[in-house]
Ligand binder design. Structure first.
Ligand code: ATP
Length: 307
């Protein structure tokens, strides 16, 4: 278990806290999604877990041991794959892997084995001799991942690993993350792509302004949002009916041919459809149920644009 306990972090005096009392329990063996708008504190949290920043208040324990103590015993067991490309563009793929394996201080044979495994895991053998700076966006992301694997880590911290890649490379990356975790290892996965997080993460936390807004299993986090109804009509909602519904359902919104009812109980559904039929408005599509992760995310973090 990775236990994050009331963690606080401020970059400079007088600035707001980047992390303001974050507590999370991350089970070992699985993929944990860390979500939040720009500036929420995700990278700061990952940097603290990776040991790049030191906690100022609160703490992190792994299997009951303080992070620094655990790390001293298992120096390569937590690896960070950063958002930015972290390799030497003038070196080849193989040279980059050898270099980053080298700085981990592992015995030579172990280094060679780890590099071969990382290369195979990220399917980079065919480009082993190519300069990193000449690779496509998808291959660069795969090299970033492979470098993170050169220490054969138990815990992988992935900071937005699919930014700027095509759908095929995204699919590869998601499958790779699942393969990694299927071997009993742990992934902390940050992404702005909710569909990715829904596809691979069993547990998620949504943070904003350095605070945890919600955390738990994906199902629990989605259930935490009340059911919603979305109607797609063949034409815009007639004004008389719109005014009537607005008076009865203040949360309702109507845009073009779409009408949304957040927090509608299931027994409210049939009467609305009857009223539409009576008004002669045909319905093209009805969607009702628990909100998806994106809807929960937008509700909790609000819709205002972030810097
Ligand atoms: P993004 O999705 O944009 O990567 P994030 O959730 O990773 O955002 P952080 O990068 O952790 O957010 O930033 C949290 C807060 O700390 C923000 O207000 C940010 O401006 C601030 N911050 C981050 N890095 C530094 C730094 N090196 N010096 C000062 N403030 C920083």
């Amino acid at each position: 278990m990775i236990r994050i306990d009331r963690l606080r972090y401020r970059y400079r005096a007088a600035q707001p806290l980047a992390l303001d009392g974050v507590s999370l329990d991350i089970e070992r063996g699985g993929i944990y999604g860390l979500l939040g708008p720009n500036g929420a504190g995700k990278t700061t949290l990952i940097s603290l877990l990776a040991g790049l920043l030191a906690p100022q208040d609160g703490g992190i324990t792994i299997d009951g041991e303080p992070l620094a103590v655990w790390r001293a015993v298992h120096p390569a067991a937590i690896a960070l794959v950063p958002q930015d490309y972290a390799f030497y563009p003038m070196l080849t793929v193989a040279e980059n892997l050898a270099f980053f394996a080298g700085v981990q201080g592992l015995p030579r044979r172990q280094r060679q084995e780890n590099c071969a495994e990382a290369m195979a895991f990220a399917c980079l053998e065919a480009v082993a001799g190519r300069r990193a700076g000449e690779l496509s966006g998808g291959l660069r992301r795969r090299l970033n991942l492979a470098i993170g694997l050169t220490g054969a880590p138990e815990v992988l911290l992935l900071d937005e690993p699919t930014v700027g890649v095509d759908p095929q490379s995204r699919r590869f990356m998601l499958d790779a993350v699942k393969r990694f975790a299927a071997a009993g290892r742990t992934v902390l996965y940050t992404s702005h792509y909710m569909d990715e997080v829904e596809a691979v993460c069993a547990d998620v936390a949504i943070i904003d302004h350095g605070k945890v807004l919600t955390a738990g299993t994906l199902a629990d986090v989605r259930r935490g949002g009340a059911s919603a109804l979305r109607l797609t009509l063949v034409r815009p909602l007639p004004e008389a009916l719109a005014a009537d519904w607005r008076a009865r359902f203040p949360a309702m919104t109507a845009t073009d041919n779409r009408v949304d009812f957040p927090g509608l109980a299931s027994d409210g559904l049939a009467p609305l459809l009857t009223e539409l039929a009576a008004a002669g408005v045909a319905v093209e599509h009805v969607a009702y149920g628990a909100p998806n992760l994106e809807q929960v995310f937008m509700r909790l973090t609000h819709h205002s644009l972030r810097d």
